[in-house]
Write a protein that binds this ligand. Structure first.
Ligand SMILES: Nc1ncnc2c1ncn2[C@@H]1O[C@H](COP(=O)(O)OP(=O)(O)O)[C@@H](O)[C@H]1O
Ligand SMILES: [Mg+2]
Length: 586
């Protein structure tokens, strides 16, 4: 399918407006009217949007983007949509103008994504290595403006944004050790991660430059953009005093992954990934590295890894922790003294080294970011369809295997250990063998892992300082890491996609999920009390609205990351699916 530049521009705008109406209707900002498949959205501004759509089990409208009309003409501007809906979205003009900038940046990314995907089919994407596939992914499914990267211009996007598929080289600095907070699993890891990122000769050369300096030094990689725009300016005092030494660019080629700030080593895919602070606003917040968890991060990941190796269920299902053996942060000498300073100033310099999933693959195993299963190619063909076909399993059996290795281990971690992990599609990686779901890899433990606020005996093995550092939540909140983080943020899209691709009905999808959970619960009667604490079959689920936060909070600086807003409770699709299937069988 070739398109003119104008036709392509209209296409990406229309697709974005379709996503906006779908997500903002779900978040209850917009109330389209209609039924069957023909819908109308009348806005207070007088603009009228019409489209074809169907309503998913979550009550969300799934639009046919090509059918979208505004006042009788085909939709061609996402910016115009936001201007039209300003009243409903409750934005003042300051917020709206900022949002239009984020919208323009997102469209730029969407255009590039379309170009990149022109050269591949869903079938080809389904076969790609886990890191290589990431540039082809569409970004956060819930965030309507999911490629904001506020602070980056066209050249910087082309060099560093994942959809441009360009490797980069890291910059290296040595920082005087007293300035660093270091979290380690073992001392040798500190050198090991550096060696993994460059040739032996480059390592020797860097080392010899550091060894002739006085005192103890920590070697840190820095993202080239962060170096240019933040470090060499904001940390001038350390540079002037010789406490931060620039060692220049060196080492392997790294590919930006979906999170932009986590990069994979292209030359040695088994070497650790590196997560670096980038002081740009993307989706909900500035993407720095908070210092809060650094000291405990490595020991937390070691503890979780130990659980996965020794707990019979987690061992049996092969659940894998992508450990974070080294974490380092350096607080800025001035901003650290300003307690209420915006968080972006406190998180400029640091690194987290993380196991690569590739290191852990055996035989015919292949890994894919969970978000990959939601991806379609430019023709609308779905990646998941090809993975299911490869497995040779009927879709329902394939899904059952998926739930058994993804949802059950995550739920077990919560019930047995009181651990919740924000289980969205960018934090989970599925390992398949010949297309069959085999096991789950979990990552992003610093900040995205929380503990129950109750004194579970199982948590006693976790060192006291680690426990004290992590967020503790009551069970009814912790369960959202699964219900909101996974069911709403991943499964909501997967079930609708499978239905649209005529692979499986949504009812069958959630009935299968309920069966998988029920079978697990039957096998673990000793956890009966915990299942009541973490009840996945409650009639209603709280609705978390991530887009509305932006409309209300705007873009002004804040001391803390913004918190999401709650909408009206959702009726739990697991319950309704089970009931409906029972009726159909009866
Ligand atoms: N499918 C997705 N779900 C959630 N976040 C996503 C998705 N795709 C891309 N992202 C982006 O990933 C980032 C969050 O990941 P982050 O915590 O920074 O890195 P990591 O998981 O590597 O530690 C956000 O900027 C978010 O927009
Ligand atoms: Mg993440």
């Amino acid at each position: 399918m070739m398109m003119t530049q104008q036709a392509l521009w209209q296409h990406v705008n229309r697709v974005l407006v379709a996503k906006c109406i779908s997500e903002l209707q779900y978040e209850e900002c917009l109330v389209p009217e209609g039924g069957a498949d023909c819908w109308t959205l009348n806005l207070a501004s007088g603009a009228r949007y019409r489209f074809f759509a169907w309503q998913s089990l979550w009550g969300q409208l799934r639009l046919n983007a090509e059918s979208l009309m505004r006042n009788g003409k085909p939709v061609d501007s996402a910016a115009q949509f936001f201007i039209d809906a300003q009243g409903e979205l409750g934005m003042d003009d300051i917020v709206l103008a900022n949002l239009l900038e984020e919208c323009a940046q997102t469209l730029q990314g969407d255009l590039q994504s379309w170009w990149l995907r022109q050269s591949v089919s869903a079938r080809q994407m389904a076969q790609m290595d886990v890191d290589v596939m990431q540039p082809y992914l569409d970004g956060h499914p819930k965030a309507v403006l999911n490629k904001g990267r506020l602070g980056w211009g066209a050249d910087e996007l082309a060099r560093y944004a994942p959809e441009y598929n360009q490797p980069l080289r890291l910059r290296w600095v040595a920082v005087a050790r007293p300035h660093c907070v270091v979290g380690l699993e073992q001392d040798s890891d500190l050198d090991g991660v550096i060696k993994s990122a460059m040739s032996a000769a480059e390592y020797q050369s860097l080392r010899s430059r550091v060894d002739c300096l006085n005192g103890e030094w920590i070697l840190l990689p820095v993202h080239p953009w962060q170096w240019q725009h933040k470090i060499r300016i904001h940390f001038q005092a350390w540079i002037a005093r010789g406490e931060l030494v620039d060692l220049g660019e060196a080492g392997c080629r790294y590919l930006p992954l979906q999170s932009i700030r986590t990069l994979a080593n292209l030359d040695f895919p088994q070497a650790p990934n590196v997560k670096l602070p980038l002081t740009i606003l993307n989706t909900s917040c500035y993407r720095g590295i908070p210092g809060h968890y650094i000291a405990v991060g490595a020991r937390l990941s070691a503890w979780l890894d130990e659980r996965c190796r020794t707990d019979p269920l987690l061992y049996d299902r092969g659940t894998l922790v992508l450990r974070e053996p080294v974490g380092i942060t350096c607080a800025h000498p001035d901003y650290r003294q300003v307690q209420g300073a915006p968080y972006r100033y406190q998180e400029m310099l640091g690194v987290i080294w993380r196991d690569s999933v590739q290191k852990n693959l055996h035989g015919d195993e292949r890994a894919m970011l969970m978000a990959g299963f939601l991806q379609q190619d430019n023709q609308g063909d779905a990646v998941v369809k090809h993975v299911i076909a490869e497995s040779g399993l009927p879709p329902r059996q394939w899904l059952r295997k998926l739930f058994d290795v993804v949802v059950v281990p995550l739920y077990h971690l919560m019930c047995q250990y009181g651990v919740g992990l924000v289980a969205h599609g960018q934090n989970l990686t599925l390992i398949t063998e010949n297309g069959v779901p085999k096991r789950l890899a979990i990552k992003d433990l610093q900040g995205d892992l929380r503990l129950v606020d109750q004194p579970f005996a199982e948590l006693q093995l976790l060192p006291q300082d680690v426990r004290a550092t992590l967020t503790r939540l009551p069970p009814e909140y912790l369960i959202h890491d699964l219900q909101t983080g996974h069911f709403v943020t991943v499964l909501r899209y997967l079930s609708a996609l499978l239905q649209e691709q005529n692979l499986l009905s949504e009812t069958a999808f959630y009935a299968t999920l309920a069966l998988s959970i029920a079978e697990y619960q039957r096998a673990y009667p000793q956890l009966h009390e915990r299942f009541r604490l973490f009840d996945l079959l409650t009639p209603n689920i709280k609705k978390v609205c991530i887009n509305r936060v932006r409309f209300i909070e705007g873009y002004a600086d804040r001391a803390q990351r913004p918190l999401p807003i709650l909408g009206t409770d959702i009726s739990n699709p697991l319950r309704s699916a089970v009931r409906q299937e029972q009726q159909e069988i009866a």
